[in-house]
Design a protein around this ligand. Structure first.
Ligand code: ZN
Length: 104
């Protein structure tokens, strides 16, 4: 369930309430004064905290593992690069099959 931030219109305190998406703002009761005059706030603050926080240990470890994996891939020789990438003028060359057939 999403967590919403509200501000009470009666006592002007802010509180959080976990509600369903279909809960109406006017049914939200202030936990301090029990007034139903709350207005829903955009929770920009909490999303900013998530975005700006420093990466945790597990994220750093995952990044290090990813970089190590890319290094090991870089050591490998390229596989079939020449076969997969024919020269750009290969298609414009005349077909040599009839010539070879006439020789035999
Ligand atoms: Zn209140």
């Amino acid at each position: 369930m999403p967590l919403y931030e509200y501000r009470c219109g009666q006592c002007e305190k802010q509180f959080e309430a976990s509600q369903s998406l279909y809960a109406r703002v006017e049914d939200t009761e202030c936990p301090f004064c029990l007034a139903r005059q709350a207005t829903r706030l955009m929770s920009l603050f909490s999303s900013n905290v998530v975005g700006d926080r420093k990466p945790g240990f597990s994220e750093l470890k995952a990044k290090a593992m990813h970089e190590e994996r890319m290094r090991s891939f870089a050591k490998l020789p390229p596989v079939n690069v020449a076969l997969n990438m024919p020269p750009p003028d290969a298609a414009s060359e005349p077909d040599s099959a009839p010539t070879e057939g006439s020789i035999s």
